[in-house]
Design a binder for this molecule. Structure first.
Ligand SMILES: O=C(CO)[C@H](O)[C@H](O)COP(=O)(O)O
Ligand SMILES: [Co+2]
Length: 221
């Protein structure tokens, strides 16, 4: 099994103190920084764009894991590449040209991720197994932090992991996003996930080191 990756989502951070918030979770021992980009169309919320990613890139060396919840992400890929993202994840549901979007990300030298909403079956992945470096299984409906994990999504995590293993793609990350905390992370790990996005479970706690430690302890339990 791959080494677990903890990726705090800045969606739940204090945006007025973004640099300090990110510095703090890096000092607290997180692995990646998860950045939720929402366009107000694909999801009913609006967050941030390439300038914020670029500003963070200037300040931190940590892996910037950018989750694009935007319609037709292929329009935005060049701007996020230029901003300095390391991983760009696009939604299967967001474009009829998802293969092209993944291709554009890889051609730019970044890692390409494919995200699946809770209601999306994993079948389409079978045509894209050689085009992805990461599969993000949404464990809540995208748009907001602080929601509860939808239990049926964990069966999909297991199915995705099986499809990747059967295709010889043990190197591909399986990321879970939404409702991950000390009480759910172990089940997500058992289902086959290795990247754990945690927004409210980290940023709603005053002591971020303790919050990240609690996630790691729950993984080991
Ligand atoms: O993509 C997302 C929402 O669309 C966020 O990454 C996710 O919700 C993280 O927040 P929390 O850990 O609080 O559920
Ligand atoms: Co996300």
């Amino acid at each position: 099994m791959k080494t677990p990756v903890i990726a705090p989502s800045i969606l739940s951070s204090d945006f007025a103190r973004l640099k300090e918030e990110v510095d703090e979770v890096i000092r607290a021992g997180c692995d990646w920084i998860h950045i939720d980009v929402m366009d107000g169309h694909f999801v009913p919320n609006l967050t941030l764009g390439p300038p914020i990613v670029k500003a963070l890139r200037r300040h931190v060396e940590a892996t910037l894991d950018v989750h694009l919840m935007v319609e037709c992400p292929e329009r935005w890929i060049p701007a996020f590449v230029d901003a300095g993202a390391d991983i760009l994840t696009v939604h299967y549901e967001a474009t009829p040209h998802v293969h092209r979007a993944l291709q554009m990300i890889r051609e730019a030298g970044l890692k390409a991720g494919l995200a699946l909403n809770p209601g999306t079956p994993p079948d389409g992945l079978s045509y894209l197994v050689s085009d992805v470096d990461l599969v993000l299984v949404m464990t809540v409906n995208p748009g907001y932090g602080g929601q509860s994990l939808i239990p049926s999504t964990l069966a999909k995590v297991a199915e995705v992991r099986r499809m990747l293993d059967d295709a010889g793609r043990q190197d591909v990350h399986v990321e879970v996003d939404g409702g991950i905390h000390a009480g759910t992370i172990r089940r997500a790990r058992s289902a086959g996930a290795d990247v754990f996005v945690a927004g409210s479970a980290v940023f709603d706690e005053l002591d971020r080191a303790k919050a990240i430690e609690a996630l790691r302890r729950a993984l080991d339990s």
